[in-house]
Structures are given as C-alpha cells and as structure tokens.
Design a protein around this ligand. Structure first.
Ligand code: AHG
Ligand code: MN
Ligand code: MN
Length: 283
C-alpha cells in the first residue's frame, strides 16, 4: 500500500504542473460517460497510468476517462479506480480541481474498497489518504514533498450546505430539504467540483454535500467506483455518513458497470439524519 500512496504523491505533483502549464482546451473525444474530454483529462489519465504500470501490487487500473479495465500485473493485489481530473472544466476559470483514487481488493464493489485518496489542486496541493486503520490523514505539498498536517474528524453537526445537480430538476422533497437547511442557518458552499466542495466540509467540521437523482438524471451524475465510494469511505472514516436516496450506505453499492452512477449524500451525522427524515427513509 505504501508504494501506491507514494505513487499518488508523485502523480499529484505532475498533474499540478500540467494544470499550470498546458493547454486548457477540449480534445476531440468523449469519455465513456458521454462527456467531452479536455486535453487535461487525457493528460492526467496518461500520467496516472504511466506511474502505476510498474507497481507490481497493482493488478489493474480502471479510469473514468477510459472504457474497461486495464490489466497490469496478474499477481497484483489491488485494482485502482480513479478519476484523473475531477471538475476539470473548472481549471479554465482557475477554480480548484482534484484527482480521486479508490483502491479495491477483489471484485469492484463498495465493501471491497480498502483505501481511498484524493488530491486537491488549489492555491496549494493537498492530499487526503484513508485506510480502515483510522481517520483520514491530511497532507500538504511543500517544494515537491508532502508535510503531514493531521488527522481529520467531522463534528456531529456542521454549518455548510453544498447542494449539487440542476435545481430545476430536483424533486419537491429534495428542494424542501435544502431550503430547510438554509432556513436553519446553513451557508451555501458550492464550487461545482466535488473534490474541493467535499474537502471544505471535511476540514471545516461538517455539513452536507448532496448530488441527488433528478428528473433528467434519475441515478445522479457522480460515478460509483471513481467518485462516490472513495468519498463515502473518507466520510465514514472521518466519523460522518454517506448514503444514497434510499438510506443505504454508499459503501454497500455494487456497480453493474464500471461507469455506473448513484445519487449520493455525504455529511456529518446531524445533516444525514435530517436527510433521512426528508426522504422518508429509516434513521
Ligand atoms: P468530472 O469533471 O470528473 O466529470 O466531474 C465533475 C463532477 C463533480 O466534481 C461535480 O460535483 C459535478 O460534476 C458537478 O456537475 P454539474 O455541474 O453538471 O451538476
Ligand atoms: Mn469527476
Ligand atoms: Mn474527471
């Protein structure tokens, strides 16, 4: 696992350099979710693939930007499912973006995730790494190396509300839920990049990030293997919760296809309790 973590640190520095120096335009291709790929999506994917291809404990790679599974080492133990550049269209307007890594052992499903990591490319490069052994560990880059900042714990109740998806397409009870949080004093914190949005909630003690099913996207937008399950693990390890619209833990998801999506809600205990009430699911 240490070699995987060290490799993530190396790719973080390289992707950050690409973001700061390379063409921000679109390529001529679409990814498997039907979204136009930026040149930076393709480059970040390439950087990650090149970095992991010689790490013998990595059995396979699955990328948000590619169809299928890239087999690497038959004797490898782990499959890494990754979103090379999350929120990539925000780079053009100079907002923070990220990379997300889910490290799975065995079949690709939530309960087989053994560790997760994400990188935030903002004013600084930050890295969060979580295993089953404890709280997420927070690092910040300094001259190409990563300093350990501390363990991260969510409070029981926070102050931030990050409601994703197109509001016009929310169902009535979701709208009521979001409105009620604002009426209770919650503050809107939403950049449109799930990595910095979820990172802010984690570091500022708590709140809720939601990306619900909507009338145009009944299964939401965010992809289970690369986005939803790695962050669900992070939030649970930090003492929070992560569920779908039926109240099921996102860690219990079993994707039928690598690019399957799921409605998802990540937060501290109080806000997830409110969500369960609003959605009429068992607490
Ligand atoms: P990606 O750039 O990897 O396709 O993912 C972007 C995601 C996520 O970061 C964010 O929360 C969500 O898309 C926002 O989507 P919409 O603005 O389309 O609702
Ligand atoms: Mn993404
Ligand atoms: Mn992406």
């Amino acid at each position: 696992m240490q070699s995987i973590f060290d490799t993530i640190k190396k790719v973080a520095i390289k992707i950050d350099h690409a973001i700061k120096t390379e063409d921000l335009g679109y390529s001529d291709n679409e990814n498997p979710s039907g979204e136009d790929q930026l040149k930076l999506d393709v480059k970040s994917d390439y950087i990650i693939e090149q970095a992991f291809k010689d790490i013998s404990i990595v059995k396979a790679l699955v990328s948000e930007e590619k169809e299928g599974v890239l087999e690497l080492h038959d004797d490898g133990k782990y499959t890494i499912c990754y979103d090379p550049l999350d929120g990539s269209s925000l780079a053009e307007v100079n907002l923070s973006v990220g990379s997300i890594f889910g490290i799975y052992e065995g079949e690709l499903k939530g309960e087989n995730l053994v560790a997760s990591a994400y990188v935030v490319y903002g004013p600084r490069i930050e890295l969060m790494f979580a295993t089953k052994e404890g709280k997420p560990l927070h690092y910040r880059a300094n001259e190409g190396l990563f300093d350990f900042i501390g363990e991260v714990t969510l409070d029981e109740k926070g102050k931030l509300n990050a409601p994703g998806g197109t509001q016009q397409n929310w169902c009535d009870y979701h709208k009521t839920f979001v409105d009620d949080l604002f009426a209770e004093g919650y503050r809107l914190r939403y950049s449109g990049g799930m990595v910095p949005d979820l990172h802010q909630i984690l570091l500022k003690g708590g709140g809720i990030f939601s990306y619900p099913g909507t009338s145009d996207k009944p299964n939401g937008k965010l992809r289970q293997l690369f986005e939803v399950i790695p962050f669900a693990f992070m939030y649970e390890q930090a003492g929070g919760q992560a569920i779908n619209s039926k109240g099921m833990r996102l860690m219990e998801l079993v994707p039928a296809h690598p690019h399957d999506t799921s409605p998802c809600f990540f937060g501290s205990n109080y806000e997830i309790g409110k969500l369960k009430e609003a959605y009429g699911v068992k607490a």
